[in-house]
Design a protein around this ligand. Structure first.
Ligand code: ADP
Ligand code: MG
Length: 585
């Protein structure tokens, strides 16, 4: 064993730096945060070799007084906080006084700055955590920080970095998100002389959104504007037709600070519940502005995690804000020209996404793939231009049924094709959810049904039995692992009660079981799927009309509870183009 020794300043600061500065993008993040704290209206970032060779950040903020230059690079030296109690009312991004010291201890570091009240600026250079030169220098108001040869003295760190492309990507993603969070600041990111991003600081977030998601998706993102003073949530969420296979593209800023928070992502997903497929995730970039004392920012070295003093309130706000935006804008897929013309001119590249009604017919296929037919992560709707425009289901005139599966209707703006199964699922589901908690009309069975379950299923079933009772089932225990069903909800007449039990005891997938009464929604959705009219079933004219009318009354008529579209739209405009009456294809 070695003797216990106090570490040298140099080693101590390298250890501390390890927490704050993990990779080049951490440097960029800390420097941008400082520029924003300094009130900059312009921030230019220049990188070379993915930031390993050079990171330079220039701002026009209020600058650092000549006297304080060394202090800025000293650990635990900050102008943003004095008392411990200030920690609970922080209005700046920085407060730990650690970033510059950490960066300087693992790089060749120089700082040029001129404070707005001084006539001349100053420059310092640091090596191994110590200031080695200091001089006066003529320069405009603001600060320039140059970080060269990052991790030159901790080569182990370099080994943990990903490829240059990935590290560069991280930097540009980061800068873009900051640009979106601070639309009144002009950002410029240059990589080896090439401009990767430039914003004009005019406050228009939509414009910057193109850089984050690409034009096609950006234009479809739904705007969130939620104000319930003192809580404000703004930003963008994806419509139900645009999803991802993971949660990575959910971004949250709280009080201008980019944070990672699993609970916020869950709140968001809850808002989409029944609108998108299980296993798919929405995209968002949301900015929460809450009173400062709501958020404890001092829980994580890179300030990437926070603690909320009233988490439930924060989550329910996020959920409400999202839900509101979704309901306001959500719509059904629309067949656009590109989509339509594929059938006549098959495009090799689009093979995967070619319109294939057979898939829509495939009822048993739980993993219905209308939105995700391609192998790529980008959903088919993005490629095919299925657009989200309409807010309501318009009043429709019934025309007929085709393929014993779709109902054709005539609307104010063209032709609508309704998937009878998906539509009926939605109708039953909303009816069931609306009635739940009240008394749901139920129907006695002539001969009660007795069901025996294997032991492991009995345990699952026992947990859910109350929900079934709420929905209108009369179920009693009838011996070990055996149940008797005496009545079922009237709306489900004709369904085999045993099937319902099966639906309830099936495994719940991770993402299907968020909080609270959502379990009820999952069960209701599953039951409605079983109970709904199937594709391939001929319906009378009256039944078809009733289906349309009932769908029009639904709150979320455009998708079934599992997220499939209930209808698609072929606009008059497109028809006219197809028949050569207007414009060309
Ligand atoms: P913190 O931001 O937590 O205070 P930093 O190490 O990032 O710690 O910065 C130390 C101090 O240096 C800041 O408190 C601030 O006073 C000053 N500073 C750093 N960067 C800038 C900048 N771009 N413009 C003006 N002042 C800066
Ligand atoms: Mg800082």
């Amino acid at each position: 064993m070695k003797k216990i020794q106090v570490l040298s300043d140099e080693v101590a600061s390298q250890i501390a730096a390890g927490e704050v500065i993990e990779r080049p993008s951490s440097v960029v993040k800390e420097l941008i945060e400082n520029s924003i704290d300094a009130g900059a209206s312009q921030v230019s970032i220049r990188i070379s070799e993915a930031g390993k060779n050079l990171i330079e950040v220039v701002d026009d903020g209020n600058g650092i007084p000549f006297e304080e230059l060394e202090l800025a690079v000293t650990r635990h030296a900050t102008s943003k906080l004095q008392l411990a109690s200030d920690l609970f009312n922080i209005n700046t991004l920085g407060f730990r006084g650690e970033a510059l010291a950490s960066i300087a201890s693992v790089s060749h570091f120089s700082l040029i700055s001129k404070h707005e009240n001084e006539t001349i600026g100053g420059k310092i250079e640091n090596l191994n955590g110590k200031t080695i030169t200091k001089s006066k220098i003529g320069c405009p108001n603001g600060t320039t920080i140059t970080v060269r040869n990052l991790f030159f003295n901790v080569p182990a760190r370099l080994k943990f970095l990903k490829s240059d492309i990935t590290e560069k990507q991280r930097i540009s993603t980061l800068v873009t998100k900051f640009a979106l969070a601070y639309p009144y600041v002009r950002f410029k990111l240059t990589n080896e002389q090439q401009i990767l991003l430039q914003t004009n600081g005019n406050g228009d977030r939509r414009e910057i959104l193109n850089h984050v998601f690409g034009f096609e998706i950006a234009k479809q993102m739904l705007e969130v504007k939620f104000e319930e003073s003192p809580y404000y949530i703004t930003g963008f969420i994806s419509p139900v037709g645009i999803t991802r296979s993971n949660r990575k593209e959910m971004t949250f800023f709280i009080n201008g600070r980019w944070i990672q928070d699993v609970a916020l992502s869950s709140a968001l997903m809850k808002a989409y519940h029944t609108m998108i497929m299980v296993g798919r995730y929405p995209i968002c970039i949301l900015f929460l502005d809450f009173p400062a004392d709501f958020v404890d920012v001092n829980v994580h070295p890179t300030k990437a995690e926070v603690r909320f003093s009233k988490p439930d309130l924060v989550f329910s706000m996020v959920q409400r804000a999202t839900r509101r935006a979704l309901l306001a804008y959500s719509s059904f897929p629309e067949i656009t020209q590109k989509f339509w013309s594929q059938s006549s001119e098959p495009d090799k590249n689009l093979d995967e996404t070619t319109w294939n009604p057979a898939r829509v017919l495939d009822d048993e296929n739980q993993n219905f793939d209308f939105f995700n037919r391609g192998k790529s992560d980008i959903s088919a709707s993005e490629k095919e231009g299925i657009s989200s425009q309409s807010i309501y289901v318009p009043l429709l005139r019934h025309v007929g049924q085709i393929g014993a599966t779709y109902i054709v209707a005539d609307g104010p703006d063209g032709l609508y094709l309704i998937d009878q199964h998906a539509a009926h699922e939605r109708i039953l589901f909303e009816k069931m959810m609306a009635q739940m908690g009240g008394s749901i009309p139920s129907q006695q069975l002539l001969t009660p049904e007795v069901v025996q379950l294997p032991v492991h299923q009995t345990m699952i079933f026992q947990e859910k039995i109350e929900i079934l009772r709420k929905i209108g089932f009369d179920i009693t225990e009838f011996g070990p692992n055996t149940y008797q069903i005496r009545a079922i909800p009237s709306m489900l007449i004709g369904i085999n009660p045993k099937e319902i039990i099966q639906v309830v005891v099936e495994d719940f997938e991770d993402d299907e079981t968020p909080l609270g009464n959502v379990v009820e929604a999952i069960i209701a959705a599953r039951i409605c799927k079983r109970a709904a009219i199937k594709g391939g079933q001929i319906l009378s004219k009256e039944e078809q009309k009733a289906l349309i009318e009932n769908l029009e009354k639904c709150e979320t008529p455009r998708t079934c509870p599992h997220g499939r579209p209930t209808m698609i739209h072929l606009s008059v405009d497109l028809l006219e183009k197809q028949f050569g009456r207007k414009g060309s294809i």
